[in-house]
Write a protein that binds this ligand. Structure first.
Ligand SMILES: Nc1ncnc2c1ncn2[C@@H]1O[C@H](COP(=O)(O)OP(=O)(O)OP(=O)(O)O)[C@@H](O)[C@H]1O
Ligand SMILES: [Mg+2]
Length: 454
Protein backbone atom coordinates (compact mmCIF):
# COMPACT_ATOMS: atom_id res chain seq x y z
CA UNK A 1 0.00 0.00 0.00
CA UNK A 2 1.21 3.44 -0.85
CA UNK A 3 1.06 5.88 1.99
CA UNK A 4 1.54 9.00 0.00
CA UNK A 5 -0.83 10.12 -2.70
CA UNK A 6 1.13 10.54 -5.88
CA UNK A 7 0.51 13.42 -8.14
CA UNK A 8 0.98 11.71 -11.44
CA UNK A 9 0.12 13.09 -14.84
CA UNK A 10 -0.42 10.33 -17.37
CA UNK A 11 -0.33 11.29 -21.05
CA UNK A 12 -1.18 9.12 -24.03
CA UNK A 13 -3.29 9.63 -27.12
CA UNK A 14 -4.47 6.02 -26.91
CA UNK A 15 -7.44 5.99 -24.55
CA UNK A 16 -7.10 2.23 -23.98
CA UNK A 17 -3.59 2.59 -22.71
CA UNK A 18 -4.60 5.45 -20.42
CA UNK A 19 -7.47 3.51 -18.95
CA UNK A 20 -5.40 0.37 -18.40
CA UNK A 21 -2.67 2.24 -16.54
CA UNK A 22 -5.11 4.30 -14.54
CA UNK A 23 -6.89 1.11 -13.38
CA UNK A 24 -3.67 -0.42 -12.13
CA UNK A 25 -2.69 2.79 -10.39
CA UNK A 26 -6.06 2.97 -8.70
CA UNK A 27 -5.63 -0.55 -7.37
CA UNK A 28 -2.32 0.55 -5.89
CA UNK A 29 -4.00 3.69 -4.55
CA UNK A 30 -1.79 5.88 -6.64
CA UNK A 31 -3.58 9.05 -7.53
CA UNK A 32 -3.29 10.01 -11.18
CA UNK A 33 -4.77 12.39 -13.71
CA UNK A 34 -4.91 11.56 -17.39
CA UNK A 35 -4.58 13.61 -20.56
CA UNK A 36 -5.24 12.28 -24.05
CA UNK A 37 -3.24 14.95 -25.84
CA UNK A 38 -0.05 16.92 -25.38
CA UNK A 39 -1.94 20.17 -25.32
CA UNK A 40 -4.24 19.01 -22.56
CA UNK A 41 -1.24 17.65 -20.64
CA UNK A 42 0.61 20.98 -20.70
CA UNK A 43 -2.51 22.81 -19.64
CA UNK A 44 -2.96 20.45 -16.67
CA UNK A 45 0.72 20.71 -15.82
CA UNK A 46 0.56 24.48 -15.75
CA UNK A 47 -2.29 24.50 -13.29
CA UNK A 48 -1.42 21.63 -10.98
CA UNK A 49 1.45 20.28 -8.95
CA UNK A 50 2.64 17.00 -10.37
CA UNK A 51 5.57 15.00 -8.99
CA UNK A 52 5.68 12.57 -11.88
CA UNK A 53 4.77 12.86 -15.55
CA UNK A 54 4.42 9.65 -17.55
CA UNK A 55 4.09 10.34 -21.23
CA UNK A 56 3.91 8.55 -24.54
CA UNK A 57 6.43 9.86 -27.07
CA UNK A 58 4.60 9.68 -30.35
CA UNK A 59 1.46 11.75 -30.29
CA UNK A 60 -0.05 14.00 -32.93
CA UNK A 61 0.74 17.69 -32.36
CA UNK A 62 2.65 18.12 -29.12
CA UNK A 63 4.85 15.07 -28.58
CA UNK A 64 6.15 13.50 -25.41
CA UNK A 65 9.54 15.10 -26.07
CA UNK A 66 7.90 18.53 -26.27
CA UNK A 67 6.21 17.82 -22.95
CA UNK A 68 9.48 16.67 -21.41
CA UNK A 69 11.22 19.86 -22.52
CA UNK A 70 8.48 22.07 -21.16
CA UNK A 71 8.23 20.20 -17.84
CA UNK A 72 12.01 20.36 -17.32
CA UNK A 73 11.98 24.05 -18.13
CA UNK A 74 9.11 24.90 -15.78
CA UNK A 75 9.80 22.51 -12.90
CA UNK A 76 13.07 20.64 -13.39
CA UNK A 77 12.56 18.60 -10.23
CA UNK A 78 9.63 16.73 -11.82
CA UNK A 79 10.28 13.07 -12.63
CA UNK A 80 9.43 12.25 -16.22
CA UNK A 81 8.98 8.70 -17.49
CA UNK A 82 8.81 8.21 -21.24
CA UNK A 83 6.76 5.44 -22.80
CA UNK A 84 8.15 4.37 -26.12
CA UNK A 85 7.36 1.91 -28.89
CA UNK A 86 9.96 0.09 -30.96
CA UNK A 87 9.66 2.73 -33.65
CA UNK A 88 10.78 5.61 -31.47
CA UNK A 89 13.94 4.47 -29.76
CA UNK A 90 15.86 7.51 -30.94
CA UNK A 91 13.39 9.63 -29.03
CA UNK A 92 13.80 7.47 -25.95
CA UNK A 93 17.55 7.89 -25.90
CA UNK A 94 17.21 11.61 -26.60
CA UNK A 95 14.72 11.89 -23.74
CA UNK A 96 17.27 10.64 -21.23
CA UNK A 97 19.66 13.33 -22.41
CA UNK A 98 16.89 15.88 -21.91
CA UNK A 99 16.47 14.81 -18.31
CA UNK A 100 13.85 12.06 -18.43
CA UNK A 101 14.17 9.77 -15.42
CA UNK A 102 13.62 6.56 -17.36
CA UNK A 103 12.05 5.20 -20.50
CA UNK A 104 9.81 2.19 -20.65
CA UNK A 105 8.99 0.05 -23.62
CA UNK A 106 5.40 -0.22 -24.82
CA UNK A 107 3.27 -2.23 -24.33
CA UNK A 108 3.87 -1.25 -20.73
CA UNK A 109 4.57 -4.09 -18.34
CA UNK A 110 3.39 -3.08 -14.90
CA UNK A 111 6.25 -4.97 -13.29
CA UNK A 112 8.57 -2.47 -14.96
CA UNK A 113 6.57 0.62 -14.22
CA UNK A 114 5.33 0.09 -10.66
CA UNK A 115 8.73 -0.49 -9.00
CA UNK A 116 9.99 2.62 -10.78
CA UNK A 117 7.13 4.68 -9.42
CA UNK A 118 7.61 3.29 -5.94
CA UNK A 119 11.28 4.17 -6.11
CA UNK A 120 10.42 7.72 -7.13
CA UNK A 121 7.81 8.04 -4.39
CA UNK A 122 10.32 6.97 -1.77
CA UNK A 123 12.69 9.64 -3.02
CA UNK A 124 10.02 12.29 -2.98
CA UNK A 125 9.08 11.30 0.55
CA UNK A 126 12.72 11.48 1.65
CA UNK A 127 13.11 14.86 0.10
CA UNK A 128 9.80 16.33 1.15
CA UNK A 129 10.94 15.97 4.73
CA UNK A 130 13.48 18.51 3.50
CA UNK A 131 10.83 21.16 3.74
CA UNK A 132 12.03 24.72 3.85
CA UNK A 133 12.09 26.25 7.26
CA UNK A 134 10.83 29.62 6.36
CA UNK A 135 7.54 30.78 5.10
CA UNK A 136 8.74 33.69 3.06
CA UNK A 137 6.35 36.38 1.89
CA UNK A 138 8.11 36.39 -1.44
CA UNK A 139 10.29 33.45 -2.51
CA UNK A 140 13.95 34.41 -2.56
CA UNK A 141 14.69 35.61 -6.08
CA UNK A 142 17.55 33.11 -6.21
CA UNK A 143 15.00 30.34 -5.64
CA UNK A 144 16.97 29.43 -2.53
CA UNK A 145 15.56 28.53 0.88
CA UNK A 146 17.05 28.00 4.29
CA UNK A 147 16.92 24.29 4.99
CA UNK A 148 17.45 22.55 8.28
CA UNK A 149 15.73 20.55 10.97
CA UNK A 150 18.25 20.96 13.74
CA UNK A 151 17.07 22.90 16.77
CA UNK A 152 19.71 25.51 16.05
CA UNK A 153 18.58 26.24 12.50
CA UNK A 154 14.94 26.03 13.56
CA UNK A 155 15.69 28.72 16.12
CA UNK A 156 17.40 30.83 13.48
CA UNK A 157 14.30 30.48 11.29
CA UNK A 158 11.96 31.39 14.15
CA UNK A 159 14.02 34.40 15.02
CA UNK A 160 14.07 35.54 11.40
CA UNK A 161 10.32 35.42 11.05
CA UNK A 162 9.88 37.11 14.42
CA UNK A 163 12.11 40.07 13.67
CA UNK A 164 11.62 40.38 9.90
CA UNK A 165 8.96 43.03 10.17
CA UNK A 166 10.52 45.08 12.89
CA UNK A 167 12.97 47.62 11.58
CA UNK A 168 15.59 46.62 14.14
CA UNK A 169 19.16 46.36 12.90
CA UNK A 170 20.38 42.78 12.78
CA UNK A 171 23.87 41.42 13.03
CA UNK A 172 24.53 37.96 11.66
CA UNK A 173 27.53 36.12 13.05
CA UNK A 174 29.10 32.96 11.77
CA UNK A 175 31.99 31.32 10.03
CA UNK A 176 32.46 31.53 6.28
CA UNK A 177 29.85 29.63 4.29
CA UNK A 178 27.35 29.19 7.14
CA UNK A 179 24.60 31.06 5.30
CA UNK A 180 24.94 34.59 6.65
CA UNK A 181 24.03 36.23 3.36
CA UNK A 182 21.24 33.73 2.83
CA UNK A 183 19.82 34.65 6.24
CA UNK A 184 20.08 38.35 5.40
CA UNK A 185 18.14 37.93 2.15
CA UNK A 186 15.60 35.79 3.99
CA UNK A 187 15.00 38.58 6.49
CA UNK A 188 14.55 41.10 3.72
CA UNK A 189 12.21 38.89 1.72
CA UNK A 190 10.12 37.98 4.76
CA UNK A 191 9.57 41.64 5.53
CA UNK A 192 7.29 44.29 4.08
CA UNK A 193 10.42 45.76 2.55
CA UNK A 194 10.57 42.79 0.16
CA UNK A 195 9.19 44.90 -2.68
CA UNK A 196 11.99 47.43 -2.22
CA UNK A 197 15.70 46.89 -2.96
CA UNK A 198 18.05 44.59 -1.05
CA UNK A 199 21.46 46.19 -1.48
CA UNK A 200 24.52 44.23 -0.39
CA UNK A 201 27.99 45.61 -0.08
CA UNK A 202 31.09 43.79 1.06
CA UNK A 203 33.07 46.18 3.26
CA UNK A 204 36.23 44.09 2.91
CA UNK A 205 36.18 44.44 -0.87
CA UNK A 206 36.86 48.19 -0.96
CA UNK A 207 39.74 50.32 0.24
CA UNK A 208 38.62 52.96 2.77
CA UNK A 209 38.01 55.92 0.47
CA UNK A 210 36.26 53.84 -2.16
CA UNK A 211 33.99 52.28 0.45
CA UNK A 212 32.91 55.73 1.52
CA UNK A 213 32.01 56.88 -2.00
CA UNK A 214 30.31 53.54 -2.70
CA UNK A 215 28.15 53.87 0.38
CA UNK A 216 27.42 57.58 0.39
CA UNK A 217 27.66 58.49 -3.28
CA UNK A 218 29.14 61.77 -4.47
CA UNK A 219 28.45 65.02 -6.25
CA UNK A 220 30.19 66.07 -9.42
CA UNK A 221 33.62 67.44 -8.59
CA UNK A 222 33.75 65.93 -5.11
CA UNK A 223 37.09 64.45 -6.08
CA UNK A 224 39.24 64.35 -9.19
CA UNK A 225 37.48 61.44 -10.85
CA UNK A 226 33.97 62.55 -9.96
CA UNK A 227 32.86 63.77 -13.38
CA UNK A 228 29.24 63.10 -12.64
CA UNK A 229 27.29 62.84 -9.45
CA UNK A 230 26.33 59.38 -8.32
CA UNK A 231 23.98 57.90 -5.74
CA UNK A 232 25.58 55.57 -3.21
CA UNK A 233 24.36 52.22 -1.94
CA UNK A 234 22.67 53.81 1.04
CA UNK A 235 20.48 55.83 -1.29
CA UNK A 236 19.82 52.83 -3.53
CA UNK A 237 18.59 50.90 -0.53
CA UNK A 238 16.06 53.58 0.44
CA UNK A 239 12.85 51.91 1.57
CA UNK A 240 14.58 48.54 1.56
CA UNK A 241 17.45 46.77 3.26
CA UNK A 242 21.17 47.56 3.29
CA UNK A 243 23.39 44.55 3.92
CA UNK A 244 26.89 45.39 5.14
CA UNK A 245 28.87 42.20 4.74
CA UNK A 246 32.16 41.78 6.63
CA UNK A 247 31.43 44.84 8.72
CA UNK A 248 34.28 43.83 11.02
CA UNK A 249 36.61 45.07 8.27
CA UNK A 250 35.20 48.60 8.29
CA UNK A 251 37.60 51.26 9.59
CA UNK A 252 36.63 53.30 12.68
CA UNK A 253 36.22 56.55 10.69
CA UNK A 254 33.62 54.91 8.42
CA UNK A 255 32.01 53.27 11.43
CA UNK A 256 31.39 56.74 12.88
CA UNK A 257 29.69 57.82 9.65
CA UNK A 258 27.50 54.74 9.55
CA UNK A 259 26.53 55.32 13.15
CA UNK A 260 25.26 58.74 12.17
CA UNK A 261 23.13 57.28 9.38
CA UNK A 262 21.64 54.84 11.83
CA UNK A 263 20.90 57.43 14.47
CA UNK A 264 19.68 60.28 12.32
CA UNK A 265 18.38 58.52 9.22
CA UNK A 266 20.27 61.12 7.28
CA UNK A 267 23.43 61.25 5.21
CA UNK A 268 25.24 63.46 2.73
CA UNK A 269 26.80 62.55 -0.58
CA UNK A 270 30.52 63.31 -0.73
CA UNK A 271 31.07 66.87 -1.83
CA UNK A 272 27.60 67.97 -0.77
CA UNK A 273 26.22 69.76 2.28
CA UNK A 274 22.70 68.71 1.57
CA UNK A 275 21.37 66.15 4.03
CA UNK A 276 19.21 63.45 2.50
CA UNK A 277 16.76 61.39 4.49
CA UNK A 278 16.75 57.64 4.08
CA UNK A 279 14.64 54.84 5.40
CA UNK A 280 16.80 51.72 5.50
CA UNK A 281 16.87 48.53 7.46
CA UNK A 282 20.45 47.66 8.26
CA UNK A 283 21.66 44.08 8.39
CA UNK A 284 25.33 43.44 8.94
CA UNK A 285 27.42 40.30 9.01
CA UNK A 286 30.87 39.29 10.11
CA UNK A 287 32.94 36.23 10.85
CA UNK A 288 35.12 38.24 13.23
CA UNK A 289 34.85 38.42 16.97
CA UNK A 290 33.62 42.00 17.33
CA UNK A 291 33.91 42.04 21.11
CA UNK A 292 37.57 41.35 20.80
CA UNK A 293 37.85 43.96 18.05
CA UNK A 294 36.25 46.44 20.47
CA UNK A 295 38.84 45.63 23.10
CA UNK A 296 41.55 46.16 20.53
CA UNK A 297 39.93 49.51 19.64
CA UNK A 298 39.40 48.36 16.06
CA UNK A 299 35.62 48.48 16.36
CA UNK A 300 33.50 51.20 17.93
CA UNK A 301 31.48 49.98 20.88
CA UNK A 302 28.67 52.48 20.22
CA UNK A 303 28.17 51.18 16.67
CA UNK A 304 28.34 47.61 17.89
CA UNK A 305 25.50 48.15 20.35
CA UNK A 306 23.42 49.77 17.61
CA UNK A 307 23.99 46.95 15.14
CA UNK A 308 23.48 44.35 17.76
CA UNK A 309 19.78 45.03 18.47
CA UNK A 310 19.19 41.52 17.19
CA UNK A 311 22.02 39.07 16.76
CA UNK A 312 21.71 35.83 14.85
CA UNK A 313 24.38 33.15 15.16
CA UNK A 314 24.67 30.82 12.17
CA UNK A 315 25.96 27.46 13.45
CA UNK A 316 29.01 25.85 11.84
CA UNK A 317 27.99 22.78 9.85
CA UNK A 318 30.09 20.44 11.99
CA UNK A 319 27.86 21.33 14.94
CA UNK A 320 24.67 20.36 13.11
CA UNK A 321 25.55 17.06 11.40
CA UNK A 322 21.87 16.08 11.67
CA UNK A 323 21.12 18.62 8.94
CA UNK A 324 23.66 17.20 6.52
CA UNK A 325 21.40 14.54 4.92
CA UNK A 326 18.72 17.11 4.24
CA UNK A 327 21.15 19.61 2.76
CA UNK A 328 23.09 17.01 0.78
CA UNK A 329 19.91 15.54 -0.78
CA UNK A 330 18.71 19.02 -1.58
CA UNK A 331 21.92 20.01 -3.31
CA UNK A 332 22.08 16.66 -5.15
CA UNK A 333 18.64 17.27 -6.51
CA UNK A 334 19.31 20.88 -7.35
CA UNK A 335 22.56 20.24 -9.22
CA UNK A 336 21.15 17.23 -11.06
CA UNK A 337 18.34 19.45 -12.31
CA UNK A 338 20.79 22.17 -13.22
CA UNK A 339 22.94 19.72 -15.19
CA UNK A 340 19.74 18.52 -16.83
CA UNK A 341 20.08 15.08 -15.34
CA UNK A 342 17.66 12.78 -13.55
CA UNK A 343 17.57 13.20 -9.75
CA UNK A 344 20.50 11.75 -7.88
CA UNK A 345 20.38 10.14 -4.46
CA UNK A 346 23.18 10.05 -1.90
CA UNK A 347 24.10 6.50 -0.96
CA UNK A 348 24.08 5.60 2.73
CA UNK A 349 27.82 5.06 2.95
CA UNK A 350 28.57 8.38 1.26
CA UNK A 351 26.10 10.13 3.53
CA UNK A 352 27.79 8.71 6.62
CA UNK A 353 31.09 10.04 5.30
CA UNK A 354 29.57 13.49 4.72
CA UNK A 355 28.25 13.48 8.27
CA UNK A 356 31.57 12.68 9.83
CA UNK A 357 33.60 15.29 7.95
CA UNK A 358 34.30 18.60 9.70
CA UNK A 359 33.41 21.07 6.89
CA UNK A 360 35.69 24.04 7.50
CA UNK A 361 33.94 25.77 4.56
CA UNK A 362 30.52 24.88 6.00
CA UNK A 363 27.40 24.70 3.79
CA UNK A 364 29.17 26.28 0.81
CA UNK A 365 31.81 23.55 0.91
CA UNK A 366 29.10 20.89 1.16
CA UNK A 367 27.28 22.35 -1.85
CA UNK A 368 30.51 22.36 -3.87
CA UNK A 369 31.33 18.78 -2.89
CA UNK A 370 27.88 17.64 -3.97
CA UNK A 371 28.07 19.53 -7.24
CA UNK A 372 31.29 17.74 -8.08
CA UNK A 373 29.87 14.40 -6.97
CA UNK A 374 26.76 14.83 -9.12
CA UNK A 375 28.98 15.49 -12.11
CA UNK A 376 31.05 12.37 -11.42
CA UNK A 377 28.17 10.12 -10.42
CA UNK A 378 26.61 7.40 -12.52
CA UNK A 379 23.54 9.61 -12.80
CA UNK A 380 21.56 7.73 -10.14
CA UNK A 381 23.48 7.72 -6.89
CA UNK A 382 26.37 9.49 -5.28
CA UNK A 383 28.74 6.90 -3.94
CA UNK A 384 31.64 7.17 -1.55
CA UNK A 385 34.20 7.47 -4.34
CA UNK A 386 32.28 10.30 -6.01
CA UNK A 387 33.14 12.53 -3.04
CA UNK A 388 36.26 14.71 -3.10
CA UNK A 389 39.31 12.71 -1.96
CA UNK A 390 40.04 14.88 1.07
CA UNK A 391 36.53 14.20 2.33
CA UNK A 392 36.61 10.56 1.45
CA UNK A 393 40.05 9.57 2.61
CA UNK A 394 39.42 5.90 2.69
CA UNK A 395 38.67 5.83 -1.01
CA UNK A 396 42.02 7.47 -1.73
CA UNK A 397 43.70 4.57 -0.03
CA UNK A 398 41.51 2.13 -1.91
CA UNK A 399 42.33 3.69 -5.29
CA UNK A 400 46.03 3.58 -4.55
CA UNK A 401 46.12 -0.02 -3.49
CA UNK A 402 43.72 -1.30 -6.12
CA UNK A 403 44.32 0.20 -9.55
CA UNK A 404 41.59 -1.93 -11.08
CA UNK A 405 39.15 -0.48 -8.59
CA UNK A 406 35.43 -0.85 -8.35
CA UNK A 407 34.79 2.42 -10.15
CA UNK A 408 36.01 1.25 -13.53
CA UNK A 409 34.08 -1.98 -13.07
CA UNK A 410 31.04 0.05 -12.29
CA UNK A 411 31.40 2.18 -15.37
CA UNK A 412 31.65 -1.01 -17.39
CA UNK A 413 28.51 -2.31 -15.74
CA UNK A 414 26.63 0.83 -16.64
CA UNK A 415 27.92 0.75 -20.18
CA UNK A 416 26.95 -2.89 -20.62
CA UNK A 417 23.50 -2.30 -19.20
CA UNK A 418 22.92 0.66 -21.48
CA UNK A 419 24.19 -1.09 -24.62
CA UNK A 420 22.07 -4.17 -24.00
CA UNK A 421 19.03 -2.04 -23.35
CA UNK A 422 19.45 -0.12 -26.59
CA UNK A 423 19.99 -3.37 -28.43
CA UNK A 424 16.76 -4.76 -26.99
CA UNK A 425 14.92 -1.61 -27.92
CA UNK A 426 16.12 -1.80 -31.49
CA UNK A 427 14.77 -5.33 -31.63
CA UNK A 428 18.24 -6.86 -31.84
CA UNK A 429 19.18 -4.78 -34.90
CA UNK A 430 22.89 -4.19 -34.32
CA UNK A 431 23.37 -1.55 -37.01
CA UNK A 432 20.52 0.51 -35.59
CA UNK A 433 21.75 0.03 -32.03
CA UNK A 434 25.27 1.12 -33.01
CA UNK A 435 23.84 4.20 -34.69
CA UNK A 436 21.79 5.16 -31.65
CA UNK A 437 24.77 4.61 -29.37
CA UNK A 438 26.95 6.70 -31.66
CA UNK A 439 29.61 3.98 -31.98
CA UNK A 440 30.89 1.99 -34.94
CA UNK A 441 29.13 -1.30 -35.62
CA UNK A 442 32.45 -3.15 -35.22
CA UNK A 443 32.93 -1.58 -31.80
CA UNK A 444 29.47 -2.73 -30.81
CA UNK A 445 30.16 -6.24 -32.07
CA UNK A 446 33.41 -6.36 -30.08
CA UNK A 447 31.66 -5.22 -26.94
CA UNK A 448 28.82 -7.70 -27.41
CA UNK A 449 31.33 -10.47 -27.81
CA UNK A 450 32.90 -9.42 -24.52
CA UNK A 451 29.46 -9.59 -22.85
CA UNK A 452 28.86 -13.00 -24.38
CA UNK A 453 26.00 -11.62 -26.48
CA UNK A 454 26.92 -12.20 -30.08
N1 LIG B 1 20.66 26.29 5.74
C1 LIG B 1 20.91 26.38 4.43
N2 LIG B 1 20.05 25.84 3.54
C2 LIG B 1 20.29 25.90 2.22
N3 LIG B 1 21.36 26.48 1.68
C3 LIG B 1 22.26 27.06 2.50
C4 LIG B 1 22.08 27.04 3.92
N4 LIG B 1 23.12 27.67 4.47
C5 LIG B 1 23.91 28.08 3.47
N5 LIG B 1 23.41 27.72 2.29
C6 LIG B 1 24.02 27.96 0.96
O1 LIG B 1 25.43 27.89 1.14
C7 LIG B 1 26.09 28.90 0.38
C8 LIG B 1 26.88 29.81 1.29
O2 LIG B 1 26.00 30.64 2.04
P1 LIG B 1 26.25 32.21 2.25
O3 LIG B 1 26.87 32.82 1.05
O4 LIG B 1 25.00 32.79 2.75
O5 LIG B 1 27.35 32.10 3.42
P2 LIG B 1 28.11 33.26 4.21
O6 LIG B 1 28.00 32.93 5.63
O7 LIG B 1 27.62 34.59 3.73
O8 LIG B 1 29.60 33.00 3.72
P3 LIG B 1 30.87 34.04 3.72
O9 LIG B 1 31.19 34.34 5.14
O10 LIG B 1 31.94 33.26 3.06
O11 LIG B 1 30.42 35.24 2.94
C9 LIG B 1 25.00 29.63 -0.38
O12 LIG B 1 24.88 29.05 -1.66
C10 LIG B 1 23.76 29.36 0.43
O13 LIG B 1 22.60 29.41 -0.36
MG1 LIG C 1 28.69 36.07 2.67
Amino acid sequence: MMEQKARILLVDDEENCLRALKDVFELEEIDCITANSGLKALDLFNHNDFDIVITDVRMPGITGIDILRQVKRLRPETFVIILTGHGSIHDAVASIKLGAYQYILKPVIMDDLLPLIKEILTRIEQESSASPLLNLKEPLPSGKTILGQSVRLQNVAKLISKIANTDLPVIILGESGTGKELAATAIHHSSDRAVKPFVAINCAAFPDTLLESELFGYEKGAFTDARNSKAGRIEEADGGTLFLDEIGDMKPAMQAKMLRVLEEHEFQRLGSNKSRRVDIRLISATNRDLRQAIQEKAFRADLYYRLNAVSIAMPPLREIPEDIPLLASHFAREFAARFNRPPVQVEQEAMACLQSYTWPGNVRELANAIRRAVALSDGKTIRLFDLPPHINQESVVAEKTAPDNSKSNLLEDIEREHILKVLDLSGGNKSEAAQILGIHRDTLLRKLKKYGRE
